[in-house]
Structures are given as C-alpha cells and as structure tokens.
Design a protein around this ligand. Structure first.
Ligand SMILES: NC(=O)c1ccc[n+]([C@@H]2O[C@H](COP(=O)([O-])OP(=O)(O)OC[C@H]3O[C@@H](n4cnc5c(N)ncnc54)[C@H](OP(=O)(O)O)[C@@H]3O)[C@@H](O)[C@H]2O)c1
Length: 348
C-alpha cells in the first residue's frame, strides 16, 4: 500500500468540479507496475471528458488523463525478459487516471522513455504521436509528395503531424486559429506564409483556394480534421479524386467556459457536416474517422505502432508550457483557450 495525490472529478459536466485529493494506492497486481509519475501530458480530450462531452468518459467519479511519464517503482509479479524493471524510466498510456502522482498500470501500456528526453517530453509523446501516425499513415495512406491540409498545425497533434509530413515530402497547407501561431510556424519550423491559413470561418473556402493557388496545387489528397464545424465542407469540396478526409475531433464544439453552453452546442451540432455516401462514390472521395481509445483496447498492437513512430521521433516533442501538478485547472484552461502551442504538460 502506498499513497498518492490525484485530480478527481466527482462527475463530468464542469471543470470547476476537479479536486485534488490524497488517497491510498494498493500494491500493483500481477502483470502491473507501480509508476511514480513525474509528468503528465494534457490532451484536448481531457477537456471534453471533464465537460461531459466525450462519449468514452467513465460514468461517475474519475481521474482524467491519458498519458504520463515516470519511473517504475515496483512490480506486481515476476516479469517477462525485456519488461521494465524498477528504476526504469517509462512513458505510458492509460484509459483515464493519469492525473496522479503515482499509478498502477498494466505493463503492456508502458514503453521505454528515450534516454535523452526529460519526463515532460516523454509524457508529451504517446497520445499525440500515435494520433498523428495513425491519422496520416494508417488511415490516411499518406503518399510521398501528397497535398495535405492540416488543421491546428501548431498544436500537439499538429506538430507531430508536421514531422511525418516533412519526412514524406508532403505539400502542406497548415491552418491555425490566430496570427501568433502563424508566426511561430514560420519562425520555428520554417513554414512559408503562403502555406499557412489563419482560419476565418466566414471565408475559409476562399482562404483555402488562395493557399492552394500559391502552392501551385489543384486540390488536396488528404485532410486531417479535428476542428470540423464550417471547415469540413470546403476541404471536402477541394479533395482530388481518391482524396481522403480523416476526422478525429471537433474542436469547434469546445465550450468557452467551465461548463458547456448547451444551447450554443446544440446549434453548432445541428450544423455539423453531412455527406451523401452515394455521391461520394461518384466523386471518389472518402471520409475516415477514429478514436485512439480503440488502439488502447488493442494493447498488443502498441509495440509495432511505437516502432513505426520511432522513425519520426528523432527529437523530443515541443513543450509549449509546463505547469506544476497543483496547477492542473489552470493548465486545462490554457489548453481550452486555443492559445496553446505545442504540448501542455503537468510536472509532478
Ligand atoms: N480521435 C482521437 O483519438 C484523438 C486523439 C488525440 C487528439 N484528438 C483531437 O485532435 C485535436 C488536437 O488535439 P491536441 O490535444 O493536440 O490539442 P491542440 O491541437 O494542442 O489544442 C487544440 C487546438 O484546437 C484548436 N481549436 C479550434 N477550435 C477551437 C475552439 N473553439 N476552442 C479551443 N481550441 C480550438 C486550437 O488551435 P488552432 O485554433 O490553432 O487550430 C487549439 O490550440 C483535438 O481536437 C483533439 O480532440 C483526437
């Protein structure tokens, strides 16, 4: 038996309900390790979960958080050769429960942390790295030189996706929500002003046409869309035959306050994009969608996924802002504001 602190929400619906509590942690069970958590990666999904807008959210009380990095402290049973030992630095995925100073976790969800990354960098890696990899390569079928539209390019998933796209020599149109992020992408990543759109929901189609013309492109092969709302349709309309949109989120539905404004949400939800599958046949266009939780349920696929992702992980993820564990609510508000660049991390 050990003790730990967690951020727990008694039931989803408001960010104000998150409370920090001390509690006991049982010894790890067979096939589990106890990890002393040193950093936690925040994800946009954490916000949707706390707000009660994420279908995978547990009923009743839960501890948010999908990824962490730390040190293995104890094992629940003798392990297979190659499994992490006490003292090993690891990163890991968890289906909720990461906002904690220690946790017990099935060994299959742990992965060795790269030795030259700090804990925050390691905690920043699993969800957003795997999301970008899965969206672009597994579902998106990204081909060398493809014309790709990437929304929220300065965010956690976005920066991971840009690495993969660069390695595949893709022609990228990147969108961001505010000019400061355009400047960041130009200064830190060398993107050109022509290829970056600061999204305007009223004229996004025209913005896209301008960027495509500037890059000498007549359409898109692949779109990564986790914003949805009014940006989906113009992108779909500009897909070349054979093109795909991979949908994996709906940031446009993110409420501004601590609680959802259900009226505004309902209006936006009613206006969500709709497509006719029969027309899609004639147009030779596809829409694909996924939730990474599905991959979490297939733990045995994770080693291969990490191996493939390692090709694009020659340097650590970019941390936009580090918060202390005690500052989790402020860290979430920062992520919710839409201002964050790169990864937002809690350090224990
Ligand atoms: N399906 C899955 O399994 C899966 C897994 C991981 C992530 N995701 C999704 O991928 C997206 C990126 O995730 P992330 O964790 O890397 O987050 P992130 O991109 O670092 O941050 C979210 C970004 O969403 C954009 N955004 C658009 N409309 C917004 C609004 N109304 N309010 C606030 N932000 C808004 C903002 O960037 P810009 O304004 O610059 O675009 C914001 O910075 C999220 O939508 C997330 O839900 C899905």
């Amino acid at each position: 038996m050990d003790t730990r602190e967690v951020w727990r929400i008694p039931h989803a619906g408001s960010l104000r309900r998150l409370v920090r509590v001390a509690e006991s942690l049982p010894d790890p069970g067979p096939g589990e390790a106890r990890v002393r958590v040193r950093a936690i990666g925040l994800n946009f999904a954490d916000l949707f979960a706390c707000l009660g807008l994420y279908s995978a959210t547990p009923r009743g009380a839960f501890v948010p958080g999908l990824e962490f990095a730390g040190v293995v402290e104890a094992l629940g049973s003798a392990t297979e050769p190659g499994a992490p030992r006490p003292g090993a630095r690891v990163l890991g995925l968890t289906r909720f429960g990461a906002y904690a100073t220690a946790l017990n976790i099935d060994l299959r969800y742990l992965h060795p942390s790269p030795t030259d990354w700090d804990f925050a960098e390691a905690a920043a890696f699993p969800v957003q790295g795997l999301t970008a990899w899965y969206a672009l390569l597994e579902l998106g079928g990204l081909k060398r030189g493809a014309a790709v539209l990437l929304h929220s390019a300065a965010g956690g998933v976005g920066l991971n996706a840009l690495r993969i796209l660069a390695a595949q020599e893709a022609r990228v149109v990147a969108t961001v929500g505010r000019p400061a992020k355009r400047d960041f992408l130009m200064q830190r990543l060398g993107l050109s002003t022509d290829q970056i759109i600061v999204r305007d929901r009223r004229v996004f189609g025209r913005q896209l046409d301008g960027a495509l013309a500037a890059l000498g492109l007549d359409g898109l092969d692949l779109v990564l869309d986790a914003v949805a709302g009014p940006y989906f349709r113009p992108a779909y309309d500009r897909l070349r035959p054979g093109g795909r949109i991979v949908v994996y989120g709906a940031a446009d539905l993110m409420p501004k306050g601590a609680r959802p404004d259900y009226l505004r949400l309902a209006l936006r939800y009613r206006r969500r994009p709709r497509l006719d599958p029969l027309r899609m046949i004639a147009e030779n266009k596809s829409v694909m969608a996924f939730n990474l939780i599905w991959l979490w349920e297939q733990a045995d696929r994770l080693p291969r996924a990490y191996d493939q992702l390692a090709r694009f992980a020659d340097r650590p993820p970019l941390i936009g802002r580090r918060f202390r564990f005690a500052e989790a609510p402020a860290a979430l508000r920062h992520l919710q504001s839409g201002e964050s660049v790169g990864k937002v991390v809690l350090e224990v």
